[in-house]
Design a protein around this ligand. Structure first.
Ligand code: C2E
Ligand code: CA
Ligand code: CA
Ligand code: CA
Length: 281
């Protein structure tokens, strides 16, 4: 805002006006983005750190806006949450990711032995019919449930941890897995993870990327890996960009990793090459 004489802070500067117009426009367009077929999924490799083998992939949503071009989640996920559309977006990504795996399987003529991780907004679990809706997507096909990992965040647990735990347990019985995303950025402790049916813990990339400049970040990652192992959980380290990151994490015994060193989020046709190269273990 600009200082405007006696009137004090003037709220509607042209820049602010423009930002609020843009936001209102994104809200309106987002209502129709799914039905207009404008959402896309990018797939980022998740690899086993011991040998670099592809272990799975994370589905990351993109919005191909007809006028504004390709939009990244940081500009529209929070809007989708506020206008109550995030559940739809997340379910679309889940459905599309599962279909993509099935298209690859049909093309290759064999089963794919990789995991598909999709992000779940904390808002999703507050929907009364969340478990039912996920089941509706997964259907009666056990392979669909078994390949799916839902990435959840700690903030989900703040409001109603008991209900969240009940929903996770329910879906787990169908074969779904859960991963605690962005670990270290929220409030909860490892004891919360202990109480939940979470199979993996994803260490936030902020810690991984500070490991070599900041002794406390290194200690944090090391402790998370140690505690997670004590609890029988696997670790996925996010944001691995350099060979130094990889070496340090491997030495700590971290099982899996994700980051630009292995691959950026890829369009399905590019990811397809990696999927084809993967030999079933
Ligand atoms: P996230 O779940 O932590 O996803 C990882 C983000 O880190 C992705 O950003 C990815 O492109 C980026 N990344 C991966 N490797 C590296 C690296 O080596 N270096 C750096 N600097 N960045 C890396 P993206 O795709 O922009 O997604 C941002 C966030 O948006 C995600 O963070 C997730 O919280 C949210 N998001 C993405 N897709 C969905 C979705 O379908 N539903 C929901 N609810 N949220 C989503
Ligand atoms: Ca994630
Ligand atoms: Ca994350
Ligand atoms: Ca394999």
């Amino acid at each position: 805002a600009k200082k405007n004489g006696r009137a004090g802070w003037r709220l509607f500067t042209p820049a602010l006006r423009e930002a609020s117009d843009r936001r209102r426009r994104l809200e309106a367009d987002l209502e129709r983005a799914a039905e207009r077929n404008e959402l896309r999924v990018a797939y980022q490799p998740i690899v086993r750190l011991s040998d670099g083998a592809l272990s799975g992939m994370e589905a990351l949503v993109r919005w191909q806006h007809p006028e504004l071009g390709l939009l990244y989640p940081d500009v529209f996920i929070s809007i989708a949450e506020e206008i109550g559309r995030i559940g739809e977006v997340d379910r679309w990504v889940m459905q599309e990711g599962l279909r993509q795996f099935e298209r690859w399987e049909a093309e290759m003529g064999r089963e794919i032995d990789l995991t598909l991780s999709v992000n779940c907004s904390a808002r999703d679990l507050h929907e009364p019919r969340f478990a039912e809706r996920v089941r509706g997507i997964v259907g009666a096909e056990p392979r669909r449930a078994e390949r799916l990992t839902l990435e959840i965040t700690e903030s989900l647990l703040v409001d109603d941890p008991q209900r969240a735990a009940a929903v996770l347990h329910e879906l787990r019985r169908d074969g779904l897995r859960f991963s605690m995303d962005d670990f270290g950025t929220g409030y909860s402790s490892l004891s919360v993870i202990h109480a939940l049916p979470v199979d993996t813990v994803k260490v936030d990339r902020a810690f991984v990327q500070r490991m070599h400049e900041d002794a406390s970040a290194l200690a944090m990652v090391n402790n998370v890996v140690g505690f997670a192992h004590t609890l029988g959980k696997d670790i996925v380290a996010e944001g691995i960009e350099t060979p130094e990151h990889l070496v340090a994490l491997r030495e700590m015994g971290c099982e899996y990793g994700q980051g630009y060193l292995f691959g950026k989020p890829l369009a399905p046709d590019v990811m397809s090459t990696l999927v084809r190269a993967d030999v079933p273990s």
